[in-house]
Design a protein around this ligand. Structure first.
Ligand code: LMR
Length: 326
């Protein structure tokens, strides 16, 4: 009976997941790790699915699986290569095992704000990086900005030295690890889906993320406060596989790429407003935000910026210069 019930549950969830796909349509699964309704990645992924489902009706159908429900951080890139999923939008900080060059996006204080980061992604250097993993079988469709990042912890962090001896969850990025070490703290790489529990149970003391992630994952509820450090960018590579793209007819491919491009432009135009709204949502939900004056912020810059030198060899001085000058 248990077996029959779980088979039934499986078939129900499969039907729900593919409710909008008609037989004969190419099904493209889009898997990602964020959640809620106000997160910029959630909005962009849903817009993409909506547009493909409307405009390519009968040819292709996109199904979105948010919140690590299909694949989480540790499995999604392999799953894309295996053809178990067709579209992803992972953070650029999660490609360390494929290319060290994306580390440029992780360098602390390299982008003044998201506008500078967007300018970089539109430059020749930024566009060149889009297909950095072509040999692996990955195709970059566009960069989706998520936001600047802020530290949260179980005690107020005003100076970087306040973090001494503490443990911070980081994404799987060598630059992020070096940055935390520069603060005299210890980095703990961890999948996104595990962060809330790790903060709640004290496995780690803090983390760094955007307003949208801190709000939609409710990290602020299990932290003392968030400090407006603005120290790093979070952005995504909206991507597919060479195998999937090559399997499409030239017409379908062109339509798919055009929609991908238009959705990317629109997402990046709306991201600042989404971040501001989620910052306000945190305050409204009684989360605490520590702001920094110029002198306080300069201490964070002085502590973290030396990390650039450690990565100049693998990222490349020219690339760093292009990003910093954007
Ligand atoms: C994280 O792991 O903190 C982020 O990359 C999650 C996301 O996709 O925004």
């Amino acid at each position: 009976l248990t077996l029959a019930l779980s088979a039934l549950a499986l078939s129900i969830s499969a039907t729900t997941a593919f409710a909008s796909c008609e037989s004969g349509e190419i099904v493209a699964k889009l898997s990602h790790v964020t959640g809620g309704t106000t997160h910029p990645k959630v909005v962009a992924a849903n817009n993409f699915a909506q547009r493909v489902n409307d405009e390519m009706n009968g040819v292709m159908c996109v199904e979105v699986f948010p919140n690590s429900t299909l694949f989480g951080d540790s499995k999604e890139l392999e799953a894309l290569l295996l053809g178990d999923v067709q579209i992803l939008a992972p953070s650029l900080s999660k490609f360390g095992s494929y290319s060290p060059k994306y580390g440029v996006f992780d360098l602390p204080f390299i982008f003044k704000d998201m506008d500078a980061a967007i300018r970089f992604t539109k430059s020749d250097a930024g566009k060149g990086l889009l297909n950095e993993m072509h040999d692996v079988g990955f195709v970059g469709l566009g960069y989706w900005m998520s936001g600047m990042k802020y530290f949260s912890a179980n005690k107020p962090l005003i100076a970087p030295s306040d973090a001494k001896g503490m443990k911070f969850r980081v994404q799987t990025s060598d630059v992020a690890k070096a940055m935390i070490e520069a603060m005299g703290a210890s980095p703990q790489p961890m999948a996104f889906a595990e962060v809330y529990g790790a903060l709640q149970t004290g496995v780690v003391d803090g983390q760094e993320n955007t307003w949208s992630n801190i709000y939609t994952q409710k990290f602020f509820e299990v932290q003392d406060s968030v400090t407006e450090t603005n120290h790093q960018l979070l952005a995504y590579l909206f991507m597919t596989s060479t195998e999937f793209l090559d399997s499409l007819t030239p017409e379908a491919r062109e339509q798919f790429l055009t929609i991908a491009d238009e959705v990317t432009q629109a997402a990046n135009e709306e991201v600042k407003a989404a971040e501001a709204a989620n910052r306000a949502n945190i305050l409204e939900a009684k989360g605490k935000i520590n702001t920094l004056d110029d002198a306080q912020r300069q201490k964070w810059v002085d502590t973290m910026k030396p990390v650039w030198d450690q990565f100049e060899g693998e990222i490349g001085a020219d690339l760093i210069k292009a990003a910093a000058g954007s």
